[in-house]
Ligand binder design. Structure first.
Ligand code: CDP
Ligand code: CDP
Length: 194
């Protein structure tokens, strides 16, 4: 069976948590595509060379979850050639046999416009920054500034800007628990699976 769930949205909206849960529930493979850009940013040097030579071990680095890695990822993600170098792997993953869930910024718009289910998960910047701050600690105002900076860069870039696909189910989770958000995502997949 070929069945793709595309999950897009800004930082700390809940994409990864929803993606992991859907994958476990339906037995689909899961790809956190942000990790690819984080790994390219963390490698340093020429971003295009880093993207072209990415290997699975690069995704295992422990420092990829930091705020700095997120900022570096969003800078290299604005380079069209870097995006192109990472596209084929993601497209193949999306259409693999057995079902796949991918979360990122351009899954429903660019990587897999034919996805059977498209979700656009969002929440206010303040709520998302608070969630991220609970995970990383430090100065919450700084985390909010970084979230806003990354949102602006990801939504404002010319190539594959973050935006909801026309046929995406949009979920604003500002006042939703993660369990409620997951339940809505599960319903959307079940409805399409029939
Ligand atoms: O992948 P993305 O950056 O969009 O978000 P995440 O890492 O899945 O979620 C960020 C954090 O917010 C996690 O600790 C979630 O449990 C929490 N959270 C959420 O995602 N959605 C809610 N409605 C409530 C909390
Ligand atoms: O978990 P969080 O939402 O904070 O970030 P992420 O999903 O790990 O993505 C890190 C950065 O990679 C984003 O801010 C985007 O600039 C970039 N990205 C992208 O351009 N396209 C994707 N499909 C996934 C991530």
């Amino acid at each position: 069976m070929i069945f793709t769930v595309a999950i897009d949205g800004p930082a700390a909206a809940g994409k990864g948590t929803i993606g992991r849960t859907l994958a476990a529930r339906f037995g689909f493979a899961h790809l956190d595509t942000g990790l690819l850009y984080r790994a390219v940013g963390a490698k340093g040097g020429d971003p295009l060379a880093a993207a072209r030579s990415l290997v699975p071990a690069d995704l295992e680095r422990g420092d990829l979850r930091s705020q700095e890695a997120g900022q570096a990822a969003s800078r290299v993600a604005a380079i069209p050639e870097v995006r192109a170098a990472l596209a084929a792997f993601q497209k193949d993953f999306a259409r693999r046999e057995g079902g796949a869930v991918l979360d990122g910024r351009d899954i429903g718009t660019v990587i897999c416009p034919e996805a059977e289910v498209k979700l656009y998960i969002t929440a206010s910047a303040e709520v998302r920054a608070h969630r991220r701050w609970l995970e990383v600690g430090g100065d919450e105002a700084k985390v909010l500034a970084e979230v806003r900076e990354r949102d602006a860069r990801d939504m404002g870039r010319a190539d594959a800007p973050l935006r909801p696909a026309g046929d995406a189910l949009q979920l604003d989770t500002s006042e939703m628990s993660i369990d409620e958000a997951v339940a809505k995502a599960v319903s959307a997949v079940e409805a399409r699976l029939g």
